[in-house]
Write a protein that binds this ligand. Sequence first.
Ligand SMILES: Cc1cc2nc3c(=O)[nH]c(=O)nc-3n(C[C@H](O)[C@H](O)[C@H](O)COP(=O)(O)O)c2cc1C
Length: 184
Amino acid sequence: MEVMDAIRARRSYRSLAPAEACPGLADDLAMAASLAPSCFNRQPWRFVFASGDALEGVFASLSRGNEWFRAASMVAGVYTKRDLDCVAGRREYYLFDTGMAVGMMLLRATELGLVAHPIAGFDEEAASRALRLPEDALLVTLIALGRRADLISQVLSGHQIEAERERPPRLPLDEIRTLLDSPA
Ligand SMILES: Cc1cc2nc3c(=O)[nH]c(=O)nc-3n(C[C@H](O)[C@H](O)[C@H](O)COP(=O)(O)O)c2cc1C
């Protein structure tokens, strides 16, 4: 798959069907993430993959509106710590670098024909406990892994159903990029 095809195909679908949750998949996704760039190659990202019985505690931490997440076959918990990466004045790179690694993971999952949907809507303390994270870890996101279901999930709200059918709109390029071609 071409990179641009994966970028276009990646979607945060919420109607999930089972996928095979095996250590090989966790390794494949973690490997893709590990190839991301990071400040001084500090690699601040850490991942915990939960499947089977280990998912119950994770599902119990979900916020309202994220009931669809319970159909995930595997969940990747992404965590980091501030002191694992560069700090340059106001610029703290641990979240930035971890986000880049997650981007790589999402694209690889897409290439494998999977849905990989990151969320912020969960109780951080409960999810961290369920994933047995170290005390000082910052759990940044939970990623639902599964296959895209043929039918739209019954638990979705109106706008979530809409987002299954069409990608949520993006800001116009004019709002997010500026071109400079001569000195001020
Ligand atoms: C940091 C982050 C947090 C998110 N939290 C949630 C969430 O709690 N629940 C949810 O259904 N989707 C969540 N999403 C998915 C976004 O809603 C989705 O990426 C956005 O609407 C764009 O859609 P697309 O990914 O299909 O292009 C989150 C995505 C990110 C990156």
